[in-house]
Design a protein around this ligand. Structure first.
Ligand SMILES: NC(=O)c1ccc[n+]([C@@H]2O[C@H](COP(=O)([O-])OP(=O)(O)OC[C@H]3O[C@@H](n4cnc5c(N)ncnc54)[C@H](OP(=O)(O)O)[C@@H]3O)[C@@H](O)[C@H]2O)c1
Length: 322
């Protein structure tokens, strides 16, 4: 069996180690083997490698990585999403299912694509496929200071939102959103009643909420928005996307009874693979044109162990390069 270099998880309590692993083999007509050029270290990659993601089976050893930019033997490059198996993309080579891949135009920066597609896709697909945004609608991004939230502000604006509010707990990064398309920002940190009132004033009339937080902040925000709303029978589409503030919420029944609150989520499973795939070329274009900004930090795959544990500077997405 041919061998390659890979990031290999051998214990759910340890970062992956850089070591040799068998080269995976295509097993279906739609599958090909590619050289990996860049793979993003997204939160979902960490939870998969730590065994805490809901798709995790605990099977080891595993190669982490849920997506990447790869190069075919003829030189053409593509962006692809990996399957849910244990052989991911953080390796010299990976198997690509062409039904989950999109070809990249010449000149597109591989590290930028690897860094941005996963976080950007969360809002792009939510606003194009889950609850299609109508021009002029008002959007609240709850948890707007991370990579996905910051891109969500830009995506909402690009897709025609009339009013965009960003909420989060880091003041400096909130303020930076004002030059990226946010009309208003709200700090969730500090005294709770004041933060709830500020959120209600800024986003009480929102049509769509893109929620990256969940947990306590989402519960509070739901009530803050509903109490501030002038017409509670007007639809409020709440799209659950991330859960950095907690995996569950307490939802008062009154929130569903007294308002037209429509709660749903966005992610793979909520939208079909074909619908995701159809959105990827436009998203590649948005990222490569700079309409969606991203700061990739390219790190050699050989340094995966250190990259895994090193704190990531704000707004940066680590990309591992074999
Ligand atoms: N469903 C999907 O399709 C999809 C796709 C991509 C990402 N996601 C999910 O979206 C979430 C964010 O991903 P990301 O790539 O943006 O990660 P990220 O770049 O690491 O950002 C996470 C952000 O969350 C903030 N944060 C953490 N705890 C918080 C709290 N209690 N209150 C307010 N802010 C808090 C952090 O800011 P500070 O610590 O500086 O305040 C940080 O800016 C993750 O849960 C990820 O799995 C989902």
């Amino acid at each position: 069996m041919a061998k390659m270099n890979a990031a290999v998880v051998t214990s759910l309590d340890e970062p992956p180690h850089y070591q040799q692993f068998e080269v995976p083999q295509p097993a279906a007509p739609e599958e090909i083997l590619v050289d990996v050029l860049a793979a993003g270290l997204h939160p979902r990659v960490r939870s998969g490698a730590g065994g805490t993601h809901y798709t995790s089976t605990g099977t080891l050893p595993m190669i982490p990585g849920i997506d990447a930019v790869g190069q075919r033997p003829d030189g053409r490059r593509l962006y692809f999403a990996a399957g849910d198996g244990v052989i991911g993309t953080m390796a010299d080579q990976a198997v690509v299912d062409l039904r989950r891949a999109v070809e990249l135009p010449d000149g597109v920066d591989a590290a930028k694509i690897a860094a941005a597609m996963n976080p950007a896709m969360s809002s792009w697909v939510a606003l194009r496929r889950r609850v299609p945004l109508r021009p002029g609608q008002s959007v609240l991004v709850l948890g707007a200071t991370g990579n996905a939230g910051t891109m969500a502000v830009q995506v909402a604006r690009r897709l025609g939102a009339g009013h965009v509010v960003g909420a989060g707990r880091d003041r400096e990064r909130l303020d930076a959103l004002l030059s990226l398309g946010a009309d208003e920002v709200v700090a969730l940190a500090g005294e709770q009643a004041g933060a709830d009132a500020a959120l209600g004033a800024a986003a009480g009339e929102a049509d769509i909420v893109l929620d990256y937080l969940w947990g306590k902040p989402a519960s509070r925000a739901m009530m803050a928005l509903l109490l501030a709303r002038s017409d509670r029978s007007r639809a409020l589409d709440w799209i659950q996307i991330g859960a950095v503030a907690g995996p569950t919420i307490e939802l008062p029944s009154v929130a569903l009874r007294s308002a037209n609150l429509r709660l749903q989520g966005n992610g793979q499973g909520a939208v079909s693979p074909a619908a995701y795939l159809a959105e990827l070329p436009a998203l590649v274009q948005e990222i490569s044109s700079g309409a969606i900004t991203v700061k990739p930090a390219a790190v050699p795959l050989a340094e995966v162990e250190a990259a895994w544990t090193r704190p990531e500077p704000a707004g940066v997405r680590t990309v591992l390069v074999p």
